[in-house]
Design a protein around this ligand. Structure first.
Ligand code: N2P
Length: 364
């Protein structure tokens, strides 16, 4: 019986359109960057199974994609430099707006900001955004530096005297030259996007001056864990990661207080883009996923879960009040005025940044 049915089944399958057979969406997203329940919901609603991989730095995302044929349908690169570079290399697929009716939910002003590198926003929608700043344990920092410690200054980290006194409670820096060097240059009063030899020399000197006080230069995902357990008292990393760590520390109830501070010297502001690789195996599912994510209630759930702001204003009233009113999650216009955005350094400068970063990690 079965043997007679099999050829019939094969015939039926062959008659189905390829996409209906495939029904798999391959996602490559940052770690701790979605509400997992929303992924399940997408599968429940569409029948599309999601294979979900994570990365925790732009360097690892770029490394994975540069060879081509990554097998991913959705990637989430930061607008600059990674998204801009992939776009220029022809590695992204133009989006079919007709398949993304929820595109109209996107904040036009925010999207305008990324249109400078992607004319008419043809290749990407903003997923979430945030800043680079400091995760601190205020009590530990005050204990080490005194009651009037400059809690919101990059000087906690980059002033070697401060770093020496904070070394014992744990200084950490995320392992990403791309997302750390602009803040180093800003601290030095230089153009955060400077990439002359002189900029690199100055940044390296500043990093080397604190190197022996830095306990760990590790993946951003590990920094999140270290902040949550109280192992780090000053860490340079992504805003929402610190806020997630603070929430975890509070839940653990062991008296670890963690706070996110946007540096008074100016924080790096970034936008992460939902994009489809040019060679994505299932672009149809990718479009369906982007459309799903841009629903206000889905976006609100994601912001609640990961503590990063999104680009869908209609989600805002659905975000939990405590998250909505937290200026560390949603910075005020005034706070945003002091931020800067990273650019896309030329290849040779990028190589120099990689080399100086390796020396920083080695300590010589
Ligand atoms: C999430 C990291 C935030 C993305 N863990 C930084 N662009």
């Amino acid at each position: 019986m079965l043997r007679r049915l099999l050829p019939l089944l094969a015939l039926l399958l062959a008659a189905l359109p390829a996409a209906a057979q495939e029904r798999v969406l391959n996602v490559f997203n940052w770690s701790d960057y979605i509400d997992p329940y929303m992924v399940q919901r997408f599968t429940r609603e569409t029948g599309i199974r999601v294979r979900y991989d994570v990365f925790d730095s732009l360097e690892s995302l770029e490394g994975r994609l540069s060879a081509g044929r990554s097998g991913y349908d959705i990637i989430v690169p930061t607008s600059e430099p990674t998204f801009a570079r992939l776009l220029r290399a022809g590695a992204l697929r133009p989006l079919d707006r007709a398949a993304i009716p929820n595109w109209r939910n996107l904040d036009a002003t925010l999207m305008q900001r990324v249109a400078a590198i992607d004319p008419e926003n043809r290749h990407g929608a903003i997923y979430l955004w945030g800043t680079v700043g400091l995760g601190i344990r205020p009590d530990r920092v005050r204990a080490a530096l005194g009651a009037d410690a400059p809690l919101d200054s990059l000087g906690l980290l980059f002033n070697p005297e401060n770093a020496a006194r904070l070394a014992r409670c744990g200084i950490m820096v995320m392992d990403s030259p791309t997302d750390v060097l602009p803040s180093v240059l800003r601290w030095l009063g230089r153009d955060p996007n400077g990439h002359a030899a002189e900029d690199h020399r100055a940044a390296e000197a500043a990093l080397m001056a604190i190197r022996r006080h830095v306990r760990a230069i590790i993946a951003s995902s590990s920094i999140l864990d270290a902040l949550a357990t109280g192992e780090a008292c000053v860490a340079l990393t992504y805003s929402g990661d610190v806020i997630q760590a603070a929430a975890r520390a509070q839940e653990a109830g062991r008296g670890v207080e963690v706070r996110y501070v946007m540096p008074r010297e100016g924080a790096q502001l970034w936008f992460d883009m939902l994009a489809i690789p040019a060679d994505a195996p299932n672009p149809e599912a990718a479009h369906a996923f982007i459309d799903f994510l841009l629903r206000p209630e889905v976006m609100a759930a994601i912001t609640n879960h990961v503590r990063y702001p999104n680009a869908v204003p209609a989600s805002r009233p659905l975000v939990e009040e405590a998250v909505r009113n937290d200026p560390a999650v949603f910075p005020s216009a005034e706070m945003l005025a002091g931020t800067f955005v990273a650019g896309t350094p030329p290849r040779e400068a990028e190589r120099e940044r990689t080399r100086l970063w390796a020396r920083f990690k080695r300590g010589r």
